[in-house]
Design a protein around this ligand. Structure first.
Ligand code: G4P
Length: 529
């Protein structure tokens, strides 16, 4: 069904994330997308907001010191009668787990490339994550106002490195100082770049045959040659292939000069998918949850603490998957805990507002005191259980050592709370009183250490653990018990009480796999499977 034609509120949602290598222009593009949609009066406010947030949340000095955004957030804005929910993916490579979770809540992604650099390592990793969920990707090639690689070279790069078919929707007229604009290959109109006006480019289109009047003869000749080649050699845009994650439509522009932004917004409105059917497990009968379904349901993909330093509240970000949510509604977790959602928050570029209603595709923030965790499903009946927000096996393990052993209880609480938020993972060996924390990347460990010190006032060192790897053990209860008996000193429980094998080396894991063929040693645990 074409997204908007159904007229349903949920079909008017575009929930997406922007992925890029650092410095490709994600922040600048975000600002200007919001500016183009009229959501912020002056570009620059996203950054200002970020800085405000940083000064306010001084517990997260790391964010400031390193100049990176550690916590992902969501921003909602309207354009052409549609509601756009932009999910901010953390840019640092250590945050693959967090990014993955955020992408589980996105229906599509914009990939931003620097036109002089093409596909960079971080982009590659993020696209791999998108591919795990077949997320459709729109490509925006940024910084055309600077000397760029040839468009065909950029398309080849995407094709070769990312194994994505590329369908250029536009073709640029040169780049850098000679950059003259782009030809819209769909409508055969030319969109001139007017660097001095600093306005958004929409509304200034001219028919293709008039482009020659606006460009120098050499740039025009280059453009003609390029568009001819594109028409002859490049595949046409295929909406189905895009939605299945095999093809990416490619747009060109300059986020900084606000060129190509409106076209990108329009592309999101016209071709990006709205909410899709979620493959969920419904406890009573396995099935799917459709966005137009009656029962309100959703899943928590992120939990953030200390959004308001005056309250020890946590905010759980719930991506709605079906139904019409109303403020004050009673929802139940898949574990049967009930809560009344009396002050759901919607996040706009400049404000937070209490949401009176929300639909599939929307993200609402639910303040709570620790009831909600990443991966939790919420629904009216409590019978819906969404599959698929995994925990990844940590690559770094550390043992927490307290300066004051009498504070063990406090430490337990702090580490459990951070594990519930999804910052780090916590493993309790069945023998001894150690706290082993795990993370996918070093930065997560640093964030945790900082927060344990500042928020909980605990003096803790995180020293090398006597283990190198953690693997979830899966198999029959009997087999797990036998294995645990033989490896008592290497068995731990995670925060859900599930058994984990703490191995000294990769070799030990392979050896155990051979010796115990009926057991599986898993790198990722899907909480709800
Ligand atoms: P990121 O979030 O992906 O890390 O990138 P960000 O938007 O912060 O942009 C990185 C740098 O690239 C910034 O310059 C930004 O101004 C510049 N930039 C972004 N889009 C364009 C563009 O279309 N054309 C040109 N020429 N530059 C662009 P900076 O000097 O590192 O930072 P700042 O001093 O401008 O804040």
């Amino acid at each position: 069904m074409s997204a908007t034609s159904s007229g349903e509120e949920w079909a008017k949602r575009r929930t997406y994330a922007i992925i890029s290598h650092p410095d490709a222009g994600k922040t600048t593009l975000t600002e200007n997308l919001l500016f183009a949609a009229g959501s912020i009066r002056m570009a620059g406010q996203v950054r200002a907001r970020g800085e405000n947030r940083r000064t306010r949340s001084d517990w997260m000095k790391i964010e400031q010191d390193r100049g990176i955004s550690v916590s992902a957030s969501v921003m909602t804005y309207e354009h052409r009668g549609l509601t756009f929910n932009l999910l901010d993916t953390p840019g640092h490579e250590d945050f693959s787990e967090d990014t993955y979770r955020t992408l589980t809540a996105a229906d599509s992604a914009i990939m931003v490339l620097d036109a002089a650099r093409g596909v960079e390592p971080r982009t590659l990793k993020l696209v791999e994550v998108c591919r795990l969920r077949d997320i459709p990707i729109l490509t925006f090639i940024n910084k055309l106002d600077r000397e760029a690689l040839a468009p065909e070279e950029l398309l080849d790069d995407i094709q070769d490195k990312l194994a994505l078919d590329t369908a250029p929707m536009q073709w640029p007229a040169a780049s850098g100082k000679r950059f003259g604009g782009v030809m819209d290959l769909q409508t055969n109109e030319f969109i001139p770049f007017r660097p001095d006006e600093g306005e958004m480019s929409s509304g200034q289109r001219v028919p293709a045959d008039q482009a020659g009047k606006l460009l120098s003869p050499d740039v025009y000749a280059e453009l003609q040659e390029g568009t001819e080649m594109a028409r002859e050699l490049c595949p046409e845009f295929n909406p189905q292939s895009y939605r299945e994650g095999h093809m990416t439509p490619v747009y060109f522009g300059s986020a900084l000069r606000r060129f190509g932004i409106v076209e990108l917004l329009d592309a999101l409105a016209d071709i990006a998918p709205g909410p899709q059917t979620e493959k969920a497990v419904i406890r009573k009968a396995p099935g799917e949850v459709t966005p137009g379904g009656k029962e309100v349901s959703g899943f928590v993909f992120k939990v953030q603490a200390n959004m308001d330093p005056n309250h020890r509240d946590r905010v759980a970000f719930l991506r709605l998957a079906s139904g019409k949510f109303k403020r004050g509604m009673k929802l139940k977790t898949d574990k049967g805990k009930a809560l009344t959602v009396s002050s759901p928050i919607m996040f706009f570029a400049q404000d937070r507002e209490i949401a009176d209603e929300a639909f599939a595709g929307d993200v609402i923030g639910i303040p709570n005191h620790g009831l909600l965790r990443v991966g939790d499903s919420l629904s009216e009946s409590g019978e819906i259980l969404f599959a698929g927000i995994p925990n990844f096996a940590p690559e770094i393990l550390r043992r927490a050592r307290l300066a004051d052993p009498l504070k063990a209880k406090h430490l337990k609480k702090a580490l459990e709370s951070l594990a519930e938020e999804g910052v780090t993972q916590l493993f309790r060996p069945v023998i001894g009183g150690d706290f082993i924390v795990g993370a996918v990347g070093q930065l997560q460990i640093e964030v945790m250490a900082e927060r344990v010190a500042v928020e909980y006032g605990l003096d803790v060192t995180f020293e090398a653990a006597p283990y190198e790897l953690a693997r979830w053990i899966s198999g029959s209860d009997g087999d797990i018990e036998k294995f645990a008996d033989r490896h008592k000193s290497a068995i731990a429980e995670d925060i859900d009480g599930d058994p984990v094998f703490l191995a000294k080396s990769a070799w030990e894991v392979s050896y155990s796999e051979e010796k115990w063929p009926d057991l599986k040693f898993l790198r990722a645990k899907e909480r709800n499977s």
